[in-house]
Design a protein around this ligand. Structure first.
Ligand SMILES: *Cc1c(COP(=O)(O)O)cnc(C)c1O
Length: 216
């Protein structure tokens, strides 16, 4: 299946229920252009050096999304152009994003990353920490907090994934009632985006289903 076909299949499935972020980590500029020529304008990356290089070498109407763990000392490389940071998970990072956004004379949209999975390696805040983290974020004038992001446990157990997505939907609804800026729930990847959409996702991050298997 070609990249083009996969994108139109996914778009047909999700209709206008969710925004598709094409996860282009490890993919070449040529592969991204093939997706772009099919009308895909939003791409997600998890490494700063890679996103910067692709930003420099690809059309400027692409929206770049940072979906991976972000180190503070690298924020300065993406703050000029990044559309949405999905992985805001600690105050020290918020401080750095805010500082760089101010320097660049802009605000940066961010999602708070929540840890819902049992996997040891997943980043994010514990759900119990969300309230106080959200309150602390208010001091950062150049950060717009517009929603939540999470990654499900890496498992074949669909009911576990569904439980995790339901928890996210509940948290998201609670946040929306206290803050009308909360608009985005970023959950769902290649193997579980339909389940995610059924549980309130309105932004999915899909890589291998579009571009094929990755080598890591
Ligand atoms: C790699 C990645 C994805 C996409 O994963 P696929 O299974 O290839 O769709 C989504 N979100 C994050 C945070 C990722 O790192």
């Amino acid at each position: 299946m070609s990249i083009k076909n996969q994108i139109s299949i996914i778009n047909n499935e999700i209709k206008d229920k969710a925004d598709l972020i094409a996860v282009s980590k490890t993919r070449s500029v040529e592969q991204i252009i093939e997706a772009y020529n099919q009308g895909q304008k939003k791409f997600g990356e998890n490494r700063v050096h890679e996103i910067v290089e692709k930003y420099n070498n690809l059309p400027k109407d692409i929206e770049w999304h940072m979906i991976g763990h972000l180190q503070k000392n690298k924020v300065k490389h993406i703050s000029k152009f990044i559309s949405l940071i999905h992985s805001l998970d600690r105050l020290s990072l918020a401080k750095e994003i805010d500082k760089n956004a101010r320097k660049d004379n802009r605000s940066i949209d961010c999602l708070i990353q929540i840890k819902i999975s049992n996997d040891e390696s997943k980043y994010g805040l514990n759900p119990e920490q969300l309230d106080s983290f959200y309150t602390d974020l208010k001091e950062f004038e150049n950060i717009n907090t517009i929603g939540l992001m999470a990654m499900a446990t890496y498992t074949k157990d669909q009911s576990l994934i569904a439980d995790e997505f339901k928890k996210m939907e509940k948290l998201f609804k609670e946040m929306k009632t206290i803050d009308s800026n909360f608009k985005i729930l970023s959950i769902g990847m290649s193997d579980d985006y339909q389940l995610a959409i059924n549980n309130g996702s309105n932004m999915i991050r899909v890589g291998s289903k579009i571009f094929g298997q990755r080598n890591y």
